[in-house]
Design a protein around this ligand. Structure first.
Ligand code: MN
Length: 420
């Protein structure tokens, strides 16, 4: 019989005992932030579990990593500590273990209804990098901007392309996004137009959370790269396509991206995703030896984007994609990032890039869905080319097991009008 928790978890809940994703929360508005894991409709307060002395393995016994306002200390401890924590928590939450189940006082302190807590950013993010790893997305963008002849530049098949993003504007799901203002492409000899972005978009992405880093000058081997990844979140890399189109030559994205990036509050660990591992697409040409992996792994994670149009009650699905469509794997991205000697640090965030699938209803941004605003997308009786003020964008993602789910919850944000 499958592992069961003494806490009731509905079969379609994202937060089964097989998941146990990590976040940071405040049980009351004035409480200090502390780490927790999600289980059913509850958050288990790990500071209470630590104070009760229940993390008693050799690494975690004397660690104060669960008494911190973020997860960076746990991330730095690496895989043996993560495995130990997961085993302890699965045991404590299982239906057959009495320690927590039969201790009313501890349950009262440590299990908080999820509806009551405030989730905050779970990690202190030093650096954020955004890759461009979906071939379908790269092909579509290339076709839109440069035409159908050779839409994907020749370097794309040899290296996971990326740019350095802005860590300071990464926000937690539920945070409003103010429409950015900026310059757009001029028409003819006119000066560039300036004002609120007219082409505000979402990008359906996921992002890897870096665990132990590497020393400056010492690259991480691609076959060891998985040991440096704690887990994965949903990520919306909001994009102002007009600002981006005008500014991006020759140095790449800047103000068209750095006004806001939203992540989901729960980090799903690679251990929880392991049962959903699948083969990554075959790479042709063969990657260079430093990117050639013994096992090239993706994960079967169903992804969905909904838009709740301004003023409406109901949201509408606009795309369904899957993490498994990525061409470059998370481990190749991480190894490539360090091959020049660049050092990663615990809590760094590596975005995958927009995850588009091969089908017209699996495209990961409005740029592709409306072909840069040349066609309308219909939603609940209204239409959109790009996002309007008051629109809310909601991502979700999950893996379906046999009678249980390993899910990411949601990653959402609403557009507010530009500052005057
Ligand atoms: Mn992006």
């Amino acid at each position: 019989m499958a592992l069961q928790s003494f806490i009731e978890v509905k079969p379609d809940s994202h937060f089964s005992i097989h998941n146990l994703p990590y976040g940071v929360f405040k049980p009351q508005p004035d409480s200090s932030p502390r780490p927790g894991v999600a289980i059913g409709d509850y958050v288990l307060d790990l500071s209470e579990i630590a104070k009760a002395g229940l993390f008693n393995g050799p690494i975690l016994k004397d660690s104060d990593c669960f008494l911190q306002p973020n997860l960076n200390k746990l991330l730095a401890l690496g895989k043996p500590a993560w495995k130990d924590a997961r085993a302890t928590l699965q045991r404590l939450l299982s239906s057959t273990e009495a320690t927590l189940r039969d201790n009313a006082n501890l349950r009262q302190k440590a299990l908080v209804p999820m509806g009551k807590v405030e989730m905050i950013l779970p990690i202190a993010i030093g650096d954020y990098t955004d890759f461009f790893s979906s071939m379908h997305h790269a092909k579509n963008c290339g076709t839109i901007f440069r035409g159908p002849q050779n839409p994907v530049p020749p370097n794309w098949f040899h290296l996971p392309i990326a740019y350095h993003g802005r860590a300071s504007s990464i926000v937690i799901s539920g945070t409003d996004i103010i429409r950015p203002r900026g310059q757009g492409p001029p028409s003819g000899n006119s000066p560039p137009p300036f004002g609120p972005s007219q082409k505000l978009d979402f990008e359906l992405e996921m992002a890897a959370v870096v665990g132990p880093g590497n020393e400056l000058g010492k690259p991480i081997d691609v076959n060891q790269a998985a040991d440096h990844i704690f887990g994965v979140v949903l990520m919306n890399d909001w994009s102002a396509r007009d600002i981006q189109a005008w500014e991006y030559v020759p140095l790449g994205p800047f103000l068209g991206k750095s006004f806001g990036t939203t992540i989901s509050p729960w980090i799903v660990t690679l251990d929880a995703l392991e049962p959903f591992a699948c083969d990554a697409p075959k790479q042709d040409p063969q990657p260079l030896p430093y990117l050639a992996e013994k096992i090239s792994k993706n994960y079967d994670i169903s992804l969905e984007v909904q838009i709740k149009p301004a003023g409406q009650q109901d949201s509408c699905v606009v795309t369904r994609s899957n993490f498994k469509h990525l061409y470059w794997t998370l481990t190749q991205q991480l190894a490539h990032h360090t091959i020049n000697g660049c050092n990663l640090r615990p809590g760094d965030l590596l975005g995958t890039g927009t995850i588009s699938g091969p089908e017209p209803d699996s495209l990961g941004c409005l740029l592709e869905l409306t072909w840069n605003g040349t066609k309308q997308l219909s939603l609940n009786g209204t239409t959109r080319k790009f996002l309007e003020d008051g629109d809310e964008v909601i991502f979700t993602g999950f893996c379906k097991g046999n009678g249980y789910c390993v899910g990411f919850g949601t990653c959402s944000g609403k557009i507010l009008p530009s500052a005057p």
